[in-house]
Each structure stands twice: as structure tokens, then as C-alpha cells.
Design a binder for this molecule. Structure first.
Ligand code: HAM
Length: 431
């Protein structure tokens, strides 16, 4: 019997992978224009890193990590997210000594043992970005506008930005207590998970989807009414800069986030198009994380998006790539010429296809149709003896005479394919 893949671990096949490449390409382009550099972090870290940063009482650390003891008796974990690893690398390599502000982005697989369903997998992919060293709320707004810019660049306007503030170690304990006092008399309405974490993580009840938890938290005190002056100022200045940037957002005071390191600004980009998996991207400020991990006392803020979810939102679009040119050749001499011209054009960067085993013209043209190439060229004995052939524009249905010479063909293709060749994605030119 054939061996199949592991549940929740997906293959990304040709046909779909072009969409992924487009998402990654767009992220690099947008993030680099905001001064972010890529960092590549390992897939596995010491278990302790995630326990200390994400928090012992979170679902991720309690239930979802792929942790094991390796052959050297080390307790290791497949990374469930990127922020902890990026901050570990930031501290380990003293990146903070290079500049007061560091802007990093990353992309790659993450692992959480969750119940697989549409938009939720055990191996999933994130593209994330982190900024360290800036307290000023201008950077909160900058990170958010960059995220919105990325989605706009993909042509996606649907995910809505929701923001909240979770306060800081100065004001959150009092809020936590106020919430606990409120919930204590409603404990029996809470789901088993929220009952269990009532002492360790009572805020989670606020964004729990269970009907009883919604009922129990109805009328609960809002975190936004319990911020200290510093956090209140930070939140209102963040909104001020978002307004200057013309960002669309709403405030969701029930947004809690499932990781413990957050302070002050938190946010999610949510969609109604992915069923219960509504968050396409999420993040926030983590002003205590770097020192918690043994680094200097320094603020940080960032986000990560789920690439599978972004790809699902883009599912309507056709990302398949088309070759620039298909060459059909009839007869030995024509096949030799076609092979030579194809190689020369490929070296120049054009996408060229041929039917390697093509016999009849009819079967070669069938193959050309399947490739849906932008241009086609038919070479037979007559074309070889005259040194001239017809270059057909398959979209316009027009044709033009060209010399059977790769440079001549390249000039013609180049003049027609500017937009297409820049990205190689078969998308309409941007307005
Ligand atoms: P997170 O909310 O756990 O945050 O994950 C960020 C995004 O990853 C989610 O909004 C979702 O799109 C995607 N995601 C999470 N779990 C899965 C899954 N099982 N299957 C598919 N997609 C998933 C973080 O990971 C933080 N590190 C974000 C951050 C960066 N905060 C500050 N900097």
C-alpha cells in the first residue's frame, strides 16, 4: 500500500505554488520598501524558549506543541510561531547593538497540534515581521499600515483590521482582578477550558466562541476602560497615526490573543470568508518579551499572517504561469533550430516550451494550446530555407514575420511582454 502524508501536513503542488510564490514575492517587495530585512530562523528550538515566551498557560504551550526529547536528551520543539525564535536570535547575535531600531521579517512553516480543518493545519506557514527598539506609537501605526498595504497590494480589501490594547504590567493585574470578580458568580456558564484557566488566564473567556462564555462575559468590564494613563495615551496616539494614514479599522475590546507576551496594542485582520478561522493575520506589541528572554529591556511589536489563509482568500484568481513562447518544429533540421533558439531564449530569461516528442504538427499545436503560451512559432523546412518564420501573438490573434534568430525573436517578445516578464505571474497589469 502506498504511504500517504501525515494528517494536517499538506503538499503545495504546482498550480497552487505559483500563488504562494506571488504572496511571498509581494511580502518581500512591500516589507523591504519599509526597511525590513529578512531573517531565517531554525525550525526547531529548545522547548523552554516557547514555554517562557508564549506562556505556560496558553493553548499552544499546554496542548499544541510538537515537543520531544532528541537523541542527545535535549527537550526540543518544532516552532509553533516565529516571534520567540526571532527574539532569541536577536538577543543571541546582539542585533540590538547594531542599531537602535531593528526591522526583521521571516517566512516559513510553523507547527501546532490542532484539529485540522479548512484554514487550520498542523503544519502551516507564516509570514511575519517584527520591529524592536521603538516605544513611540508611530511604529504601531507603521506596522499596521504596512500590513494593510500588503493586503491591498494583493488586491484583497476584505480582511478588516481590528485593534485593541491589552494594557501593561502596571494596569493589567487590576483589570484581570476586576474581570475575575465579575466572572466568579458566572463560573458555571463557562466552558471547561475557560473554567480551567479562570485562575491562570481569565481574559481568554472574553474571546471564547462557546455560547456559555459569551453569555457569562456579557457586560464584563472592558480592558479599554481600565488602562493606565500611559497605555491610554499610547492607544489614542496609535489611532491618531492610523487616522493620518487613512487606515480603516475598528476597535474590538474583547480581542485577547492566545499568546501571553502581548502588552498594549494588539490587532487582528479578520475575514468572514474562512468560516471559524477568521484571523488572517494577527500581532501586537510585546514590550516585556526581550528582557524576559534574557535580552536588554527593549520594546517590540510585530505580526504574522497565515499563508494558507491568505492563499484561500486569493483562490478566485488565476496565478498559473504561461510560457512566453511555444515552438513547434517539423523535420530534423527544424527541430535542431528550434532546440537551439529555445536554449538561447531561455538563457535570456524567456519562458520557452517545445513538444520534445512531438510528431505531427497537430499534436504539437495541441500541446501549445495546453501550455496557453503567449506567442507561438512554427518552423518547417520552408522556414529553415528562408531563415524567416511567423511569430504568432496567441492573445491578439495577429502574426508578424521574424528572422529565425534568437536575438530578433527576443526583441519582439520583449517589446510585448514587459508587464508579464517583470513578475512572470499571469495577472492583469495593475491599473
Ligand atoms: P497567532 O495569532 O498565533 O500569532 O498566529 C498568526 C496567524 O497565523 C493567525 O492569524 C493565522 O492566520 C495563522 N495561523 C495560526 N495557527 C494556524 C493554523 N493551525 N493553521 C493555519 N494558520 C494558522 C502569532 O503566531 C504571533 N507570533 C504573531 C506575532 C508576531 N505577534 C507579534 N509578532
Amino acid at each position: 500500500m502506498a504511504i500517504t502524508g501525515i494528517k494536517g501536513f499538506n503538499d503545495i503542488l504546482p498550480g497552487d505554488v505559483e500563488k504562494w510564490q506571488y504572496i511571498e514575492f509581494t511580502a518581500r517587495k512591500v516589507f523591504e520598501s519599509y526597511g525590513f530585512s529578512e531573517i531565517r530562523i531554525p525550525i526547531m528550538e529548545k522547548t523552554e524558549l516557547f514555554a517562557r515566551s508564549i506562556g505556560d498557560a496558553t493553548d499552544i504551550v499546554e496542548k499544541e506543541m510538537y515537543s520531544f526529547v532528541d537523541k542527545g536528551e535535549n527537550r526540543v520543539t518544532l516552532r509553533p510561531e516565529g516571534t520567540a525564535s526571532v527574539m532569541r536570535a536577536f538577543i543571541e547575535h546582539k542585533l540590538y547593538a547594531l542599531d537602535a531600531v531593528t526591522k526583521l521579517y521571516y517566512m516559513g512553516p510553523m507547527f501546532r497540534y490542532e484539529r485540522p480543518q479548512k484554514g487550520r493545519y498542523r503544519q502551516f506557514h507564516q509570514i511575519g515581521a517584527e520591529v524592536t527598539g521603538v516605544n513611540d506609537p508611530m511604529v504601531d501605526a507603521q506596522v499596521l499600515t504596512m500590513l494593510c498595504h500588503f493586503f491591498a497590494e494583493l488586491g484583497l480589501t476584505e480582511p478588516r483590521l481590528e485593534i485593541n490594547s491589552l494594557g501593561c504590567p502596571e494596569c493589567r493585574p487590576a483589570y484581570r482582578q476586576a474581570l475575575k470578580d465579575f466572572l466568579r458568580s458566572r463560573l458555571d456558564l463557562l466552558c471547561d477550558d475557560c473554567k480551567r484557566r479562570f485562575e491562570t488566564n481569565p481574559l481568554r473567556a472574553l474571546d471564547c466562541k462557546a455560547t456559555g462564555c459569551k453569555e457569562a462575559t456579557y457586560g464584563a468590564p472592558s480592558v479599554l476602560d481600565n488602562l493606565c494613563t500611559g497605555c491610554e495615551d499610547h492607544f489614542s496616539t496609535t489611532k491618531h497615526y492610523l487616522d493620518i494614514a487613512g487606515a480603516n479599522y475598528s476597535i474590538n475590546s474583547r480581542m485577547v490573543r492566545g499568546l501571553d507576551y502581548y502588552t498594549r496594542t494588539t490587532f487582528e485582520l479578520v475575514t468572514g470568508l474562512l468560516g471559524s478561522q477568521s484571523a488572517v493575520a494577527a500581532g501586537g506589541r510585546y514590550d516585556g518579551l526581550i528582557s524576559e528572554l534574557g535580552g536588554p529591556s527593549m520594546p517590540g511589536i510585530g505580526f504574522a499572517m497565515g499563508v494558507e489563509r491568505v492563499a484561500l482568500l486569493l483562490s478566485e484568481k488565476d496565478f498559473s504561469r504561461r510560457p512566453d513562447l511555444f515552438i513547434a518544429a517539423l523535420g530534423g533540421a527544424a527541430r535542431d533550430t528550434a532546440f537551439k533558439i529555445m536554449g538561447e531564449l531561455q538563457v535570456m530569461g524567456f519562458g520557452v516550451e517545445i513538444d520534445y516528442e512531438g510528431k505531427s504538427l497537430k499534436s504539437q499545436l495541441r500541446r501549445a494550446d495546453k501550455f496557453n503560451s503567449r506567442f507561438s512559432l512554427v518552423i518547417g523546412e520552408d522556414e529553415i530555407s528562408r531563415g524567416i518564420a511567423q511569430l504568432k501573438d496567441m492573445d491578439a490573434g495577429t502574426q508578424a514575420e521574424i528572422m529565425l534568430d534568437s536575438r530578433d525573436i527576443a526583441v519582439r517578445l520583449d517589446s510585448q511582454l514587459v508587464n508579464h516578464r517583470q513578475t512572470k505571474w499571469n495577472l492583469p497589469p495593475r491599473p
